[in-house]
Design a protein. Structure first.
Lengths: 332, 332
DNA sequence: TTGAAAGCGCTAACAG
DNA sequence: CTGTTAGCGCTTTCAA
């Protein structure tokens, strides 16, 4: 059951009340075209008196150009995506754009369905996470003629605009850091990599770097389900049960790494002397634990901001690498 | 610069390609009214062949009933609100509703501006956090004729629908729990309460309960800015510098409480024997730390779900109390 | 500087 | 079961 709007004041009523034509009201309200100061006053007075709220649905239809920006994100539990939304929405709001979103749960099929549903609102742009989309999604997006922004990943070919950082580079640098620190018996605890392809990319180039050094990964533990502190804790516990001689563990992200950290804390495993821990994301909480977490900080909010700015400016297709920062911390 | 859509296929073109009238296509697509199986097939074939994507903007304007649901939330950094969004968006997506949002940064003035901007999209409902709105916001919302849902708070008068739990009851039960456990020298560490009125309500009834017991709050520390782990840590440090003989501390929420926990861990303060800690929200991470956090778990995702369901069902005005659960944990 | 009029793409009666 | 015909509320030429 949809809602029927009642007594909505229309532009025509405002025009009548102000004693001017409809187009004049429209011009005044959008501050576009020319009109006299007196006309302006009369229109504004009528708007005020009647409590007129413009109908953007009608406006968008008439002008065939929308100020809607659609986000299709994998998850709202993962702070990564709410950070991006946060950065973007601040910029969008300032520019009178409106953010619209839906959540795919990391399901490519759902992504396609939701992206289609989004296009029905004729947004100015669709923002997606990463590069892994179904052929259907790609084709539809390309055909839509609407701007497409791929976020948080730069390891692939951009459809239109891409803003983020290289997950492969992050994996590489994480490995290089651990090697530089002298760790050689390294393990991995991660979550479902088929779904989180960005974590998968980090892991694969992490391993490549270890291999190139002649000290391949010793053991890995992949937990079922999404990343979480609890899963990181259990993952490390299981990993250590099988591989007792590790000197460092790389986690798929900070949530997982924090779980690992808490496991060590509870078990009396000394960090980093007995076991080093390294994460990914650079969450604030990682700096507040007794030993600051060693990790890579990613510019998530900035990613959202830049993406929004590019869309608003209708910038040409491009890929923007925002880089990341390695935080030495005290756990590795 | 807004985007001009190109070569968009319209319903009229589909109708022509299928050799039927426009309204027939419309009926088939919405699966509403009657049409023959053969007609259906021909229409669907044409839709497929042309890659037609319905224009919801036009559809909404024509039917004067929208499937847009607008969220006006204080923050996206606070997991509380992303949890609500998550619960709601799952339900909305299933019902082909579309979520739209904007972020107020806890600024009532901004809330009014953003709510107005939202109404311009003629949403089926506007969802807001809590009851504290400016007179302007209230008046406008009432006049809009659109459904209004107030979330996460039940201590006040609902404008239309309210879904959540009582923050006053939560504060009261937290205090009662600490008293029951034998704590008498209790302190508080909180964040900006003027902005987060729900935290303010918890604190005020927490204090009332202590007063009624004849053991008033001994000391409080209010940190500047938003709640965060880091702020909780610093807040507790400052509080303990002034009040050395506390036996328990109540925090404005779990983020803050975790900061306090980490402070104790780093300083070698025994929990709960030397100092007890109590939070609010029931975040997952609170269960993964070495000593599970004592706190109150709130049904945030459910709040979003129920809110969305009520809106979709166009339910009558009502207030729904989802309650909360006290988690005994190991820190108090 | 202003108003009249023609749509934007779709839905919703209403006939047939 | 299906097509025709008005709009929905606004923007945008185009004349005046």
């Amino acid at each position: 059951m949809e809602f029927k709007h009642q007594s909505t004041v229309t532009l025509a009523e405002v025009a009548q009340a102000a004693g001017v034509g409809e187009s004049t009201v429209s011009r005044v309200l959008r501050n576009h075209g020319s009109f006299s100061g007196r006309t302006r006053e009369r229109v504004m007075a009528a708007v005020e008196r009647l409590g007129y709220v413009p109908n953007r649905i009608a406006g968008t239809l008439a002008s065939t150009g929308s100020r809607l920006v659609a986000f299709v994100i994998p998850s709202l539990s993962n702070i990564v995506f709410s950070d991006v939304l946060r950065g973007a929405s601040a910029v969008l709001e300032e520019n009178r754009y409106q953010a619209v979103f839906s959540v795919t749960d990391y399901d490519p099929g759902k992504e396609e369905a939701l992206a289609t549903a989004m296009l029905a609102w004729r947004p100015a742009a669709v923002m997606l996470a990463g590069y892994e989309h179904t052929d259907g999604t790609m084709k539809m997006l390309r055909a839509s003629g609407c701007r497409v922004v791929e976020l948080l990943d730069l390891d692939g070919d951009a459809l239109d605009i891409a803003v983020g950082f290289s997950n492969r580079a992050a994996g590489r640098e994480s490995a290089a850091f651990l090697l530089r620190r002298g760790y050689r018996r390294i393990g991995y605890v991660g979550h479902d990599l088929d779904r989180d392809t960005r974590a998968g990319k980090r892991f694969s180039s992490f391993c490549d770097t270890l291999d190139a050094n002649g000290t391949p990964l010793i053991a890995r533990e992949i937990v079922a389900g999404a990343s979480s502190v609890e899963n990181g804790k259990q993952g490390l516990e299981r990993l250590l049960a099988r591989a007792t001689d590790l000197d460092a563990v790389y986690f798929s992200n900070d949530d997982m790494a924090l779980g690992g950290y808490f496991h060590c804390l509870a078990q009396g495993i000394a960090i980093p002397s007995q076991l080093a821990i390294f994460g990914y994301n650079g969450l604030d909480i990682g700096r507040a634990i007794p030993q600051p977490l060693s990790t890579i900080r990613t510019p998530r909010v900035t990613t959202g901001q830049i993406a929004a700015e590019l869309v608003i400016a209708n910038a040409p297709p491009q890929a923007i690498d925002l880089g990341f920062e390695l935080i030495e911390g005290a756990t590795a």
